[in-house]
Design a protein around this ligand. Sequence first.
Ligand SMILES: [Fe+2]
Length: 307
Amino acid sequence: MTPARFLLRTLGLGAATGAVTTAYAVWEARAYTLRCVTMPVLPVDSRPLRVLHLSDLHLTPGQSRKQEWLRSLAALEPDLVVNTGDNLAHPDSLAPLLDSLGPLLDVPGVFVLGSNDYFSPTLRNPLRYLLPDDGTRNTDTPQLPWQDLVDSFTKTGWIDLTNRRDSSVVGDLQIAWAGVDDPHLEYDDLDLIAGPADASADLRVGVAHAPYLRVLDQLAADGYDAIFAGHTHGGQVCLPAYGALVTNCDLEPARAKGLHRHPAASAPGDLGSAWLHVSAGLGTSPYAPIRVACRPEATLLTLTAER
Ligand SMILES: [Fe+2]
């Protein structure tokens, strides 16, 4: 084979491989998956509590398949919904979002916002999920209807945990809550939620959109039993059999998604550690609609009594 023919064949093979990989990545971004997890965090003899963790929907009005899949989640009949932000990706997304959540809005819920609830998405390098955070934040695009989103959620009874603490009774359990505004935008105000979590509650839960270590450290040190977060998209473009390469924050890639522990390392004395559940989320930026080895997901967590 002549060098010219070898080069042409190699280039052709590379282009074909790229096209197949891209087609697969576009397909996988729509392969919505329910992940089921058990978290042994409740007081002894408690009945299980089923928690649906939703995150990073990045919904646009035209995503009928995603909306249909979201509607199907109501059949799970969870006891509680935790929504960790990035619901929107279009100025007209709110109505389809509320329609897709449907009966889930009648279930007790808590929420925080992510940067993509505040600001319209913008065209970016689709490979940025393979690159370290470059420090730029998308805050100069038009605002999305985040205030209407907050009003709609709170009207249903969902608790807004934006830089605040609260408490509620879910099933038989008194739950103490703390949440922050999006740490990725540095909107989190940890002073507003600082202090020991309510020791008299049955369960103490922290909620944040982006799992930055400063937030996890404080929640764990303050005695929260479990922390829910999203934002990472699980790495979004992962290596098969290896996992995430990046998290788009300072959390290490090994905890880009799923259930892990977070030690209360900065606490005086040994206060143990918190459970950390990071959702890989259901969406992507509309300008980078790809996922590799990282299915879009919602998670049904069954909280059980500690052994
Ligand atoms: Fe997101």
